[in-house]
Write a protein that binds this ligand. Structure first.
Ligand SMILES: Nc1ncnc2c1ncn2[C@@H]1O[C@H](COP(=O)(O)OP(=O)(O)OP(=O)(O)O)[C@@H](O)[C@H]1O
Length: 555
């Protein structure tokens, strides 16, 4: 697999999108990070390479046919752990005549990148990755589809570390033409893929057992750092990695059976893996592009391993983050929610910003883990958590939740009249109180689009609140009851200016972090009053917050 450093492809012209950087390259395509011009949303665009060496398609017509086929296949499938495809585009510039598949951007990179950075993963991390991918495979198989290339390059992660299965370039549906032999990634294909296996499993039907083998091989690779040998040459997994629980070793070894009939189904494999050990938050730090680090929430490194380095790498934005987030006090020392009794709880993080980031990060991952792996559990508690997760959209962090009760409505018209008027006030002191109240509503009711009314476009304040709102979207929660009281307001700067500093003392109330179902996942204590200087700018006749400067503790 090529790394980003070795990608020499010329950026294509994609109508309606601005290309940011290459994300990766496979045998048949290059994948680019692209921003949609109309709304700034980010996507990954997979651009086929005509005549790609090693790919299945060797002519332009074949490339087009393959892209169309992959798009068609993916558009019929919908699962929280399958990458979603949005549209297929005709490319311009150097790529004229080819197609681009626009899909969800997986900011956490691929398992291949993670393994290059880490070498091996922990048992808990492997469980976190393998269980949801087994779920996705179970879904595919139940829908008559074989993925055909389950491998580290095709397991991607969202910014909160949720695994997604990608690349349906060689996937097959029931009734499709038989696979070309030898497709897939070496090391992760069942032995004998280059020749028919066990006569009774014919090549003119899909073979889910091949995906099960591949997932077993991915699991082996995660734990040992190497791909599995053939059955007769393979040492027991527990010899290579003594800390692997017996049940996990047995599940992976069964998946790697040479005889496909001895392999478990994807569902059985997922169940066995899930029951073998507690899932653990992924440490993706060190495996992603530097520009992704600020949005990466699964950063245990901040927590304990190398706090200084991690905090430094968050760079300047953290100063703004630190100040604004001080308005969201997270409870000290309270246990974070976990879905399963006995599953690992978060460790107590260190202090300051790292603590807040990590609390968010670990909460996100554990809540996420709860939904990814709540699959075969049958206890009432689990069912309730699962229900809550589904209702809240936590079950699908990559997708905006269909929030009931009018949450997420973007229309400012249903704001209380006094607030709507306050937002339009020429007086920055009136406006700033309204801005703060609207921000409380945005975070308290998860009406996150209201933040557009609060923060100046392109400002540090906007960037900071985006981190908070991304967290709430991903977690499917709101900070219910949050109220920010602003007192001792004074304006610095000329009265008529379009840019003023407002000095305030800000104090936040206690609040509950709740799922849309109403379930409380965490409580936050009231914050110590902070003296802040809010940087306000006025445009289109309205004041918005552009930045927040720390003026120290109040009093
Ligand atoms: N949605 C995405 N978000 C972020 N990165 C992605 C995304 N899709 C792909 N990538 C990156 O691009 C790489 C290549 O993508 P992909 O595997 O789909 O290409 P391919 O040409 O079909 O590969 P191959 O045929 O060799 O399996 C991935 O390994 C990953 O690093």
């Amino acid at each position: 697999m090529e790394t980003l450093d070795t990608i020499a492809a010329v950026a294509p012209h994609i109508p309606g999108y601005v290309i940011a950087r290459p994300l990766g390259q496979g045998s048949s395509s290059t994948v680019w990070l692209a921003t949609r011009e109309k709304d700034g949303a980010r996507f990954a665009v997979k651009c086929a390479k005509a005549g790609a060496a090693g790919g299945l398609a060797t002519s332009r017509a074949e490339v087009l046919a393959d892209a169309n086929r992959e798009m068609r296949l993916l558009s019929q499938l919908k699962h929280k752990h399958l990458i979603r495809v949005h549209e297929i585009l005709h490319m311009g510039g150097a790529a004229e005549g080819t197609l681009g598949i626009v899909m969800d951007y997986a900011a956490g990179g691929s398992l291949a990148n993670l393994m290059s950075a880490r070498g091996k993963l922990t048992v808990g991390e492997a469980v976190t990755i393998l269980t949801p991918i087994a779920q996705a495979l179970d879904y595919l198989h139940a829908n008559g589809t074989e993925h055909g290339d389950v491998s580290p390059g095709n397991v991607l992660f969202t910014a909160v570390g949720m695994p997604l299965l990608a690349d349906f370039g060689v996937a097959a549906k029931v009734g499709d033409k038989p696979h070309d032999l030898g497709v897939g990634t070496p090391g992760f294909m069942e032995p004998g893929s280059e020749s028919p296996v066990n006569g009774d499993i014919s090549r003119d039907t899909i073979q889910p057992q091949r995906d099960v083998y591949a997932l077993g091989a991915v699991g082996w690779y995660c734990l040992t750092g190497t791909t599995p040998e053939q059955e007769q040459d393979r040492p027991p997994l527990s010899l290579l990695v003594p800390e692997v629980p017996k049940a996990l070793a047995a599940a992976l070894e069964a998946a790697l059976s040479a005889d496909p009939r001895k392999r478990p189904s994807a569902k059985e494999l997922g169940t066995a893996i899930f029951r073998s050990a507690a899932p653990e938050a992924l440490d993706l730090s060190g495996a992603v592009h530097s520009s992704v680090i600020p949005e990466l929430l699964t950063r245990r490194e901040i927590l304990g391993r190398s706090p200084r380095r991690a905090t430094r790498s968050l760079s300047r934005t953290t100063r703004w983050l630190k100040i604004w987030w001080r308005l969201l006090p997270f409870t000290r020392g309270r246990a974070l929610p976990t879905a399963e009794p006995g599953h690992r709880r978060s460790r107590r993080p260190g202090g300051g910003l790292g603590r807040r980031l990590v609390l968010l990060a670990v909460t996100g991952v554990l809540i996420g883990a709860a939904s990814w792996i709540l699959w075969q559990q049958n206890s009432t508690t689990t069912a309730m958590v699962k229900q809550a997760a589904m209702e809240s959209g936590v079950a699908d962090p990559g997708e905006a939740a269909e929030a009931p009760h009018g949450l997420d409505q973007t229309d400012a018209q249903d704001l209380p009249a006094a607030l709507a008027t306050g937002l339009q006030s020429e007086d920055p002191l009136v406006a700033v109180s309204a801005l703060s109240a609207v921000r409380d509503i945005a975070l308290g009711e998860r009406r996150l689009d209201l933040l557009d009314l609060v923060n100046a476009p392109g400002s540090q304040a906007e960037a900071t609140d985006k981190q908070v709102s991304d967290y709430l979207r991903d977690a499917g929660t709101a900070f219910v009851g949050l109220h920010t009281a602003l007192t001792a307001l004074t304006v610095e700067g000329p009265a008529q200016s379009d840019h003023v500093l407002v000095e305030v003392t800000a104090a936040t109330s206690g609040y509950e972090e709740r799922l849309v179902s109403g379930a409380v996942v965490r409580t936050g204590a009231a914050g110590t009053p902070q003296q802040l200087r809010l940087d306000l700018v006025r445009s289109d006749g309205r004041w918005r917050i552009s930045g927040i400067l720390d003026a120290g503790p109040a009093g």
